[in-house]
Ligand binder design. Structure first.
Ligand SMILES: Cc1ncc(COP(=O)(O)O)c(C=O)c1O
Length: 445
């Protein structure tokens, strides 16, 4: 693979300077900013190319949607057909393709008695919160520390706060809502209760004290690496929500369609009241899903306008992303889910290879993995929550590790603890190359 030094990428720098003249902050969606700046101009399968002609094996996957790889030929063929031969966005009545997608979603995830379709994960979580409030007549919401559920007022707290700001582990108890954005009203912040992941006692503690509409959590924390639920934790949430009359909402934007066709809920055996999906469901095209209990979802069409919940969007179920989602789901379900077996095997191979390389170097590292999602924690045990990561993970080493990998052509997002994602397009040769380059990268640290 051709390489230029990471600090000498003139085309990327030129684009960064040009972007800064027109785009507020220089980059669209500011969490994409990297230091030093890298602009990618081409992607195919498991590979990316930057503006200076450097090639990378990609494990960022654009924050995880590309489960089949970039520009998957089958998904793109469906997209082309939708764009060129299919009907345009009509904006009136239902369409055969939104029905087809909804039927597939329900067939994959049994808890989706009814669904609605939006454009992004954030839209889906916003709908889930509002729907929960309308259904329960309550306003408070419980979220997990270290989780991310989108950018809107009800959920936009800091994902990786310093322990100096968030304070020591509070159990049972809650943390202050540390907004990730200016402009979130105090009144909105007061309704949100942030608790530890893997800490059902804190959820119970909050539900005993506040009128909670919903407990929303990623079933596996995948915005601070990969932190699995402890045995019994999700079941305990189900039981606590039932006892206190709150809805349980699984944010499966990251786990859904990546960990299994039926979402993580099909692996853990816990059925939420509502679920939201995004990312892998459409292999890189913009689509968000909210679905769940028919009686709750019926509020979107309640005959009483005072009880009805608004869901609207000019582009919801646009034919292009809808076609992408249908093609993605069909591919993921083919041969009885063969893709997931392949991804599991690739994930296991990569994990074992990384563990061997880290131990050769005498480094204490835990490679946490759920199927195709993985993260190397520079600490001596599998973390259980954000406090565990924040107090034990070697962030500086992680940053240097990621940079050394990027320099050699392995693209992990250069931010500590960001999850890596393997796609169906990653070949055995890609994995072998990744391990060789990782060995080299570690020698340089
Ligand atoms: C778990 C989770 N929920 C919600 C979202 C928001 O999705 P989107 O970026 O599509 O709005 C994300 C995005 O990273 C996510 O990881």
């Amino acid at each position: 693979m051709t390489r230029t030094p990471i600090t000498d990428r003139p085309e990327s720098e030129l684009l960064a300077r040009r972007g800064a003249e027109s785009i507020a902050g220089g980059v669209v969606s500011l969490n994409r900013r990297t230091d030093p700046p890298i602009s990618f101009v081409r992607a195919r399968g498991s590979r990316l190319w930057d503006a200076d002609g450097n090639e990378y094996v990609d494990y960022h996957a654009a924050f995880a949607p590309h489960i089949l790889g970039h520009n998957d030929p089958e998904v793109n063929a469906a997209v082309r057909a939708a764009a060129e031969e299919g009907p345009s966005l009509m904006g009136a009545g239902t369409t055969p393709w939104e029905i087809e997608l909804s039927e597939r979603l329900r067939a994959c995830v049994p808890s989706l008695e009814r669904v609605q379709i939006a454009n992004t994960g954030s839209e889906a979580t916003a709908h889930a919160v509002r729907l929960s409030r309308a259904f329960t007549g309550r306003e408070d919401v419980v979220l997990t520390l270290g989780g991310y559920n989108g950018w809107h007022n009800d959920v936009a707290r800091q994902v990786m706060p310093g322990l100096d700001t968030v304070g020591p582990r509070a159990s049972p108890g809650e943390y202050p809502f540390l907004p990730a954005s200016a402009g979130i009203p105090k009144s909105a912040q007061r309704l949100v209760h942030v608790v530890n992941f893997n800490d059902s006692a804190s959820v119970e503690w909050v539900l005993e004290r506040h009128p909670v509409a919903c407990v929303m959590t990623e079933p596996v924390l995948q915005n601070v690496g990969v932190i699995p639920p402890r045995p019994g934790y999700l079941r305990a949430l189900r039981e606590i929500c039932d006892r206190h009359g709150a809805l349980l909402v699984f944010d499966e934007v990251k786990t859904g369609f990546r960990s299994a066709l039926g979402g993580y809920q099909s692996r853990c055996g816990v059925t939420p009241d509502l679920s939201v999906f995004g990312k892998a469901v459409a292999n890189g095209y913009p689509l968000g899903v909210i679905g769940g209990r028919a009686d709750v979802m019926a509020r979107f069409d309640d005959p009483d306008p005072g009880r009805r919940v608004l869901i609207a969007g000019t582009y919801n179920a646009h034919p292009v992303p809808t076609a992408a989602a249908i093609a993605t789901i069909d591919r993921l379900g083919r041969d009885d889910g063969a893709v997931y077996r392949e991804l599991e095997a690739k994930g296991a191979r990569l994990q074992k290879g990384l563990e061997t390389i880290f131990s050769e170097r005498g480094l204490t590292v835990v490679v946490s993995r759920l199927g195709s999602a993985f993260c190397a924690y520079f600490m001596d045990h599998q973390p259980v929550d954000w406090h565990d990561v924040a107090s034990h993970h070697d962030f500086d080493l992680d940053r240097r590790y990621r940079r050394a990998l990027v320099e050699r052509g392995i693209f992990h997002f250069p931010l500590a603890c960001k999850q890596g994602s393997i796609s169906a397009a990653h070949s055995d040769a890609d994995l072998a190359l990744t391990l060789d380059l990782t060995r080299e990268a570690l020698k340089s640290l």
